[in-house]
Structures are given as structure tokens and as C-alpha cells.
Design a protein around this ligand. Structure first.
Ligand code: NDP
Length: 281
């Protein structure tokens, strides 16, 4: 049976440390603040935004949610972001995605000052990750790496296979694992003989968005299986990995819920604290 990598436990521990850091930063006159811009009424986004606000409250970070009408113009959205860029109370800005179709996501993300881009989605931060420079790292892949390191998993020279090539999970996760000296393969919907790749993986990251997609026969015995997926099936949240079958084969596995998702929020808090410190310097 696989060892469970609990994002829940790890994030609770991080929350305690972050609370303490907020107190210490306040003594130095540094007061981190996070602004979340939410456009429209998407129900999943509303839940995510609420959870981010709650996390800030628990840790003691100032937080603001700016709600814009679903019909707002690109200019209104960009004016809001520009106002937050100038606001000294705000160290981090997050534009909740997806945006309504009529808005240009890339242009909106480009408006966020790179030093306030706590999601790590700005081209400058993506480019820094690509070239190995220090910058803001996207929260989900950062959380994945944090879990692997915290569990003491040796990454050097390991075969890492990532299923998914999105800009927010797959690609940055690949870059991070490459920096850790893994040999990285990125798979996607056009990959031929997917299972042949996944069966070679010492580290298998599933970021697909399809419930129970990764089955036990796709996993090398003893592999580390990281399930990023969040899928709703009959009102239940499940990952991209067939957990019950795969936990019998894998060496380590992350559960859903209680795995990577928890770490994503923790890393958002981490990025906000780091942004506040960098801006104070
Ligand atoms: P995207 O839809 O942007 O990307 C999904 C990727 O999976 C694509 O690269 C796609 O390939 C690939 N894919 C789809 N079908 C197949 C297939 N049959 N075989 C191989 N590859 C396939 O999703 P995200 O990266 O944004 O998110 C992935 C999952 O992670 C989702 O469930 C999302 O909800 C979850 N998520 C969880 C987070 C957390 O905090 N835990 C944070 C962010 C996302 P192609 O490029 O060819 O289309």
C-alpha cells in the first residue's frame, strides 16, 4: 500500500508557520495583503475565492475581494488591476480564472505588476521559471514540489512523467522537476501510447481534468503518484487517478480531496508573504 502524501496535514503545519511569520513581519512594519479580482458569478470560482479569503483570515493577511459584473469591459478590468498595482496595502493580486469569454485573459494577466503576481502567471514570471531565474512560481506546481521535497523524495536523475501541458500546471511542473534534475516527459491528448510513458515514471503527475483517468496498469510499482485533478462526479470531488486501485501499486500517492489542492492555497499564502517582503525591501 502506498504512503499517503497528505496535503491537508502539511498545509495545516504551514498555516501555523505562516501565522507566526505574519506576526513577525508586523513587528517590522510589513503588512501583507492579497486582492482577488472576481468577474461574474461562476459558482466554482466563487468557492475558490471564498477559500482564499478564509485562508488569509486564518493567517492574518489583509484580503480584499473585488467583484466585477460579468458584463464588465476589458478597460474596467484593467483599470481595477492598475488601481491595485498602485495600492500599498496590496502585496499580491490574483485575477480569478476563467474570465468571461468576452474578456482577454492574457491582456488582463499582463496588467498585474510581476512583483504582485502571486499566481505566477505573468509572462515575466513564467519566463523566469523557464530560464531558471528567481521569480514567482505558480502555486499548484510549487505545492507539488514542496510535497515531494517535504516527503524526502530524491528527485535527481528520476524519470518524471507529467500528463497535461497547461500553462498553469503541466508546463511549470515540468520546468520545476527539470530544475531538480529529473528527466522529464510531458504527455498530452495527442501523445501516442500514453501508458508506455507513464509506466516508465518514477514520479507521475496527473493534471488532466478527467476523473479516474490514471489506472493501476499505467503505474510503475513503487512510483510517486501526484494527482492534481479536481473533478466532480455525482456531487463528489475526485482526482485524475483511480485512487483505490493505484494506491495498491504506487509507493506514494496524494489523495483528492486533501492533497495538492490544499497545498495550492498554502503556496498562494507563501507567495503573498514573499511578495510583501520583496516589496518592503
Ligand atoms: P487543462 O484543461 O488546461 O489541461 C489539461 C491537459 O490534459 C491538457 O494538456 C490536455 O492535453 C491533457 N489531456 C486531456 N485529455 C487527455 C488525454 N486523454 N490524454 C492525455 N492528456 C490529456 O487543465 P489544467 O492544467 O488547468 O488542470 C488540470 C486538472 O487539474 C483539472 O482537473 C483542474 O481542475 C485541476 N487543477 C487543480 C488545481 C489544484 O489546486 N489541485 C489547480 C489547477 C488545476 P492537450 O493540451 O493536448 O489538450
Amino acid at each position: 500500500m502506498a504512503i499517503i502524501l497528505s496535503g491537508k496535514e502539511l498545509s495545516e503545519k504551514l498555516t501555523q508557520e505562516q501565522k507566526q511569520r505574519v506576526v513577525e513581519l508586523a513587528r517590522e512594519g510589513i503588512h501583507p495583503g492579497l486582492a482577488v479580482v472576481l468577474v461574474g458569478e461562476d459558482s466554482a470560482s466563487q468557492i475558490y475565492v471564498r477559500n482564499k479569503g478564509k485562508a488569509c483570515e486564518t493567517i492574518g493577511i489583509h484580503s480584499e475581494t473585488i467583484r466585477l459584473d460579468g458584463n464588465c469591459t476589458q478597460q474596467e478590468l484593467e483599470d481595477t488591476i492598475n488601481r491595485l498595482n498602485q495600492d500599498d496595502k496590496i502585496s499580491g493580486i490574483l485575477v480569478q480564472l476563467p474570465l468571461p469569454r468576452h474578456l482577454d485573459e492574457e491582456k488582463a494577466l499582463a496588467c498585474v505588476l510581476p512583483e504582485k503576481d502571486v499566481d505566477g502567471f505573468h509572462l515575466i514570471n513564467a519566463g523566469k521559471l523557464f530560464t531558471g531565474q528567481e521569480g514567482v512560481i505558480a502555486c499548484t506546481p510549487k505545492g507539488v514540489l514542496y510535497m515531494l521535497k517535504h516527503a524526502g523524495i530524491d528527485l535527481k536523475g528520476k524519470e518524471a512523467v507529467i500528463i497535461g501541458r497547461s500553462n498553469i500546471v503541466g508546463k511549470p511542473a515540468a520546468m520545476l522537476l527539470l530544475q531538480e534534475h529529473c528527466t522529464v516527459t510531458i504527455c498530452h491528448s495527442r501523445t501516442k501510447n500514453l501508458a508506455e510513458h507513464t509506466r516508465r515514471a518514477d514520479i507521475l503527475v496527473a493534471a488532466i481534468g478527467r476523473a479516474n483517468f490514471v489506472t493501476a496498469d499505467m503505474v510503475k510499482p513503487g512510483a510517486v503518484v501526484i494527482d492534481v485533478g479536481i473533478n466532480r462526479v455525482d456531487g463528489k470531488v475526485v482526482g485524475d487517478v483511480d485512487y483505490e486501485a493505484v494506491e495498491k501499486v504506487a509507493g506514494y500517492i496524494t489523495p483528492v480531496p486533501g492533497g495538492v489542492g490544499k497545498m495550492t492555497i498554502s503556496m498562494l499564502m507563501e507567495n503573498t508573504l514573499e511578495a510583501a517582503c520583496a516589496q518592503a525591501r
